[in-house]
Design a protein around this ligand. Structure first.
Ligand code: SF4
Length: 357
């Protein structure tokens, strides 16, 4: 199997995907790409949330033309999502796109594929082959009868073969399905035979709640096996939520540097403080923190102090107050209404210490 570290590194703008590089978090704009102002505004919100690579649809010449202006105003690499029309790919490349998602086998005549590959080579732009269980080629549907993991991998190899024949190797591959076991099987089989970085995603995974569960279940299995160099959580929700979920998922598997961890208890009858609102407020505060600190928020003094001592900073609730712990030592008691603010102040102190060292 090609572990993510064994895949061929591919440059995308100022990022490198694959090889020893960190797993990259992606999202996709929901705006009309031709609406530069709205697209840039959404990308800025995504950047602030930690998005490292963003895709826009390029479904017409207006969208392709808008890339030039969008690129001037954003700080992360931009990917053009193109279906079938090689002229849109050429226009996107001409206007400064950093990566093209297009399936070479769907472009048409060989001269069209050659034109796209030549333009990508000249500018050092990679191509992502995006296999989707819902849009497999007819010859594969005829062969397999319906979408299967094997058919998806065969589709990926078919498109890869076209690019390799033209001596093009800056390739990234995705094999998305909304059926989680099928996606896991497809990516697992692909990792056995494809040396290029894999972009993971469970397509059309659903709403914020259901999609988070489905994506985490599927991508978690793969990430844990060492598969996947970039991820997208596809949600029917604000794309900023996709990045929040992606970040938490990568944290879970120790695949992200500089991200804090929040430990909070599920609460029980021993609870002495309003823990849910404390935990939510602290979680929101930590979204902006970019150092790997561990914060614990626990409801009572039974298990609380022990857990809080394991964290860099933590609180354990008591009746009408909380105990504040720092690096295992109780530093003071704080009235409940001041608990969150005091914890935030201590978080700031620890963050500043990390940033100095
Ligand atoms: Fe219950 Fe206390 Fe454990 Fe929270 S820390 S679940 S309140 S025993």
């Amino acid at each position: 199997m090609y572990h993510r570290q064994d895949t061929r590194p591919v440059r995308v703008g100022n990022l490198t995907i694959g090889g020893n590089n960190e797993v990259i978090m992606q999202s996709m704009c929901t705006t009309k790409t031709a609406d530069v102002q709205a697209t840039v505004a959404e990308i800025h919100r995504l950047e602030e949330a930690g998005c490292q690579l963003v895709r826009v649809t390029v479904n017409n010449q207006e969208a392709a033309a808008a890339i030039k202006e969008i690129k001037k105003q954003i700080h992360i690499p931009l990917v053009a999502d193109i279906h079938f029309d090689y002229r849109l790919a050429l226009a996107a490349i001409e206007n400064g796109i950093d990566k093209v998602r297009i399936n070479p086998g769907n472009i048409g005549r060989r001269e069209k594929v050659e034109a796209v590959v030549k333009a990508c080579k000249e500018r050092g732009i990679p191509i992502r082959i995006g296999v989707n269980a819902g849009s497999l080629e007819n010859h594969l549907l005829e062969k397999y009868g319906y979408p299967t993991a094997e058919a998806m991998v065969e589709s990926a190899l078919f498109h890869i073969g076209i690019l390799e024949e033209l001596d093009f190797h800056d390739i990234i591959v995705s094999l998305k399905a909304s059926d989680v076991p099928m996606a896991i099987a497809a990516y697992t089989k692909a990792a056995e035979v494809i040396p290029y970085p894999l972009h993971l995603g469970i397509t059309e995974s659903g709403t914020l709640f259901a999609g988070t569960v489905k994506s985490s279940a599927g991508l978690g299995v793969l990430l844990n096996q060492g598969i996947g160099s970039t991820i997208r959580i596809s949600l029917s929700a604000d794309p900023v939520e996709e990045i929040k979920v992606a970040r938490e998922l990568l944290k879970t598997f120790g695949l992200i540097a500089n991200a804090p961890t929040l430990v909070s208890c599920p609460t029980c009858g021993r609870l002495d403080i309003d823990l849910f609102s404390v935990a939510n407020e602290v979680e929101a505060y930590l979204e902006k923190v970019k150092v790997p600190i561990k914060v614990s928020v626990l409801g009572c003094a039974v298990n609380g102090p022990g857990e809080a001592r394991e964290a860099d900073i933590g609180i354990a609730g008591a009746r009408g107050e909380g105990m504040l712990f720092r690096y295992g030592e109780m530093i003071r008691k704080v009235p409940e209404h001041e608990l969150v603010n005091e914890l935030k102040k201590e978080i700031d102190v620890i963050v500043a210490e990390y940033e100095r060292t």
